[in-house]
Ligand binder design. Structure first.
Ligand code: AR6
Length: 179
């Protein structure tokens, strides 16, 4: 499934983000930046110890990564040259600024990508695993946040990597309502 919006190709892919060959892949990290389970664990496992070393350096320099913010490391052994680590919100019922914080995670990842002149980026479905954000709601926020950024910044290709058919179908159903 793909479309073009303002010159940027948008693709929905059912798959494992650690295998993507975009210049950057985005990690759904936590504020510690020191690793975890889910996609975070998979990225550190596939990318090797260099990524964690760089995350530790960032921790020393600037402390924890606040929710909605993003930092960048190299991609270690991954095909991707960079990993952008962002922190999505924990779902606490929806009245705790979750949509804004989730949108910020996507937007700040793209701002950082732009700063590094990265033209192709792959996102996972941030916050929808361990952090419990309802999948349909998160999909709408993700697609809108990226769209909003594409009104300002230009990229070649943005991929949404969905880890299950269920997630993929939600994106497929929603994308035409937003783009
Ligand atoms: N490729 C693409 N998507 C994946 C992969 C993969 N290899 N593995 C899992 N997903 P989660 P969160 C999907 O829990 O909710 C970590 O421990 C998964 O199915 O990875 O933002 C961090 O350290 C789900 O749809 O991230 C944090 O502590 C989505 O990725 C915490 O989890 C996000 O699920 C962050 O929680």
């Amino acid at each position: 499934m793909e479309l073009t919006y303002k010159g940027t190709k948008i693709k929905l892919i059912l798959g494992d983000i650690t295998k993507e060959d975009t210049e950057a892949i985005v990690n759904a990290a936590n504020s510690s930046l020191l690793g975890g389970g889910g996609v975070d664990g998979a990225i550190h496992k596939a990318g090797g110890p260099k990524i964690l070393e760089e995350c530790k350096e960032i921790r020393k320099r600037q402390g924890k990564c606040p929710t909605g913010e993003a930092v960048i490391t190299t991609g270690g052994n991954l095909k991707a040259k960079y990993v952008i680590h962002t922190v999505g919100p924990v779902w606490k019922g929806g009245n705790n600024n979750e949509p804004k914080l989730l949108a910020n995670a996507y937007k700040n990842s793209l701002k950082l990508a732009h700063k590094y002149n990265i033209k192709t980026i792959a996102f996972p479905s941030i916050s929808t695993g361990v952090y419990g954000y309802p999948k349909e709601k998160a999909c709408i926020v993700a697609l809108n946040a990226v769209k909003e950024m594409l009104d300002k910044l230009n990229f070649e290709e943005i991929r949404f990597i969905l880890f299950s058919k269920y997630d993929f179908d939600i994106y497929k159903k929603t994308i035409n309502q937003i783009y």
